[in-house]
Design a protein around this ligand. Structure first.
Ligand code: NDP
Length: 446
């Protein structure tokens, strides 16, 4: 790192102790930005890094709720409003027992650059709670969501901060959160995205992150005159992003042989067909069961506590959670023939894993570029809501595809301009950063 990036990184670590995921996200971005500061001293002069690594606002609140046994439960809720220089704060809510401030800050920080890359006017934010929806009844989830929104509502609005879903927050949770927002404020405005169709949701929003990640992989492959047809792919996770990444890989002629959840992974060497995928959607979205049941249903291998990264493959799509591929696993992937990694999840690869991808010159699409299709389609949902319109499926999918092609082009060209063609991580960090940094300078010192 340059002196400037080194200095700011040390300050970030000192000022934010016990937030390793946030440090990791900052380190990765700052490392890529070194050549920018050498070329353009205006950013250092305006103390952009000191400002951009400090959230504009952090809100932490108590979320009390009553479970089905009449017991009072208390969770912690939070929203990090990280940067609003190019638009209202935008980013999902995560409900998972592992949620803490460091995780929400890493996600919010990444979101600034991702949203910038979409070309839409969206700032960066993220929120969530250590509440675990797993094993809770619908009524318990509803009471929790109502209590969460009873505090959050005063900090968000359609032109201020527009949350969406993330791990543990799908259409059910968004519905309960939206209902409570409307009851308190009496307003029907797009204050949340990822809504159901019936009350303003966009077609293709549920599919968008997974589809977008695969569109991004396809664009990377095009640079080598290749495509996904006939390729064996490893997908991790079995939630929203994993489900629709799998669907799009099938559409494009690829074969998906793995899925996973936090308990283990399945390996289906014959490939997950559309019928089997329909089973996964029902299992995960309706019955809320475990991926182990897939192995029992179709008689395939299940590895308890296992990960998909040990099998022969050409392309990997990590779609579960942060740091799910470490350096050793990345080496195994490359040794087993993997030459494309497109990240559906946020920061699924450790810094050591990324080093392995870059050393081996494989096609590596970092999450902030490769999974930006989700937030981009949230932006399209807002555009439809503000215009009192509802676009058909083909229109939304075409726009999503165009946005992913543009993100790929922007990132590819930024990497080339800075002398590292094919380094999508560098390109994504530089292109995402420069737009926001310039907007901050134009708006003065605040
Ligand atoms: P879901 O809750 O729908 O699915 C998450 C999946 O990941 C589940 O299969 C879950 O298993 C698994 N998982 C979660 N935590 C862990 C863990 N600690 N170890 C192993 N597996 C785990 O979430 P999404 O599909 O929406 O999100 C997946 C990733 O994609 C996240 O990184 C998210 O930030 C990112 N993302 C999502 C977007 C969206 O639009 N939804 C947009 C951009 C990025 P289990 O069921 O056992 O918990």
């Amino acid at each position: 790192m340059s002196n400037y990036t080194d200095r700011v990184y040390e300050q970030v670590v000192e000022k934010n102790p016990s937030q390793p995921e946030f440090h990791q996200a900052v380190e990765e971005v700052l490392d890529s930005l070194k050549p920018v500061f050498e070329k353009e001293p205006i950013f250092e002069k305006n103390k952009i890094l000191e400002r951009i690594t400090e959230p504009e606002r952090v809100i932490i609140f108590r979320v009390p709720w009553v479970d089905d046994n009449g017991e009072i439960q208390v969770n912690r809720g939070m929203r990090v409003q990280f940067n609003s220089s190019i638009g209202p704060y935008k980013g999902g809510l995560r409900f998972h027992p592992s949620v803490n401030l460091g995780i929400i800050k890493f996600l919010g920080f990444e979101q600034i650059f991702k949203n910038s890359l979409t070309g839409l006017s969206m700032g960066g934010g993220k929120g969530g709670s250590d509440f675990d929806p797993k094993g809770k009844t619908d009524n318990e989830v509803m009471r929790f969501c109502q209590s969460f929104m009873t505090e959050l509502y005063r900090h968000i609005d359609g032109r201020v901060d527009v949350p969406a879903g993330d791990i543990g927050v799908g259409a059910r949770e968004i519905g309960y959160l939206y209902g409570q927002w409307k009851k308190i404020t009496q307003k029907f405005v797009p204050v949340l995205t990822g809504k159901s169709r019936e009350y303003g949701g966009s077609l293709v929003r549920p599919e968008a992150t997974g589809y977008g990640t695969v569109y991004f992989a396809q664009e990377m492959l095009k640079t080598r005159n290749d495509d996904l047809k006939g390729k064996t792919c490893l997908v991790s996770g079995s939630g929203n992003v994993a489900q629709y990444a799998t669907e799009k890989i099938l559409d494009l002629g690829g074969k998906v042989v793995t899925l996973s959840d936090s308990s283990g992974a399945i390996y289906d060497p014959e490939g997950i067909t559309r019928e089997k995928l329909a089973y996964v959607l029902e299992l995960k979205n309706v019955r809320r069961g475990r991926i182990k049941e897939y192995a029992e249903e179709f008689g395939v291998e299940y590895v308890k506590g296992g990960q998909p990264w040990v099998y022969k493959t050409e392309a990997a799509f990590p779609c579960a959670t942060q740091n799910e591929i470490n350096g050793e696993e990345a080496k195994t992937l490359v040794d087993n023939g993997c030459f494309v990694v497109s990240e559906g999840a946020n920061m699924p690869s450790t810094i050591e894993a990324i080093d392995v991808y870059l050393e081996n010159k494989i096609l590596y699409g970092p999450g902030k570029a490769a999974n930006a299709g989700g937030v981009a389609t949230s932006g399209l949902e807002m555009a439809q809501n503000f215009g009192f319109e509802s676009w058909d499926r083909e229109t939304v999918d075409k726009r999503l595809h165009r946005i992913m092609v543009n993100i790929h082009k922007t990132v590819y060209e930024a990497a080339k301009d800075y002398g590292e063609p094919g380094n999508y991580m560098l390109g994504a960090n530089i292109a995402g950063f420069k737009k926001v940094a310039n907007a901050m300078i134009l708006q003065g010192h605040w």
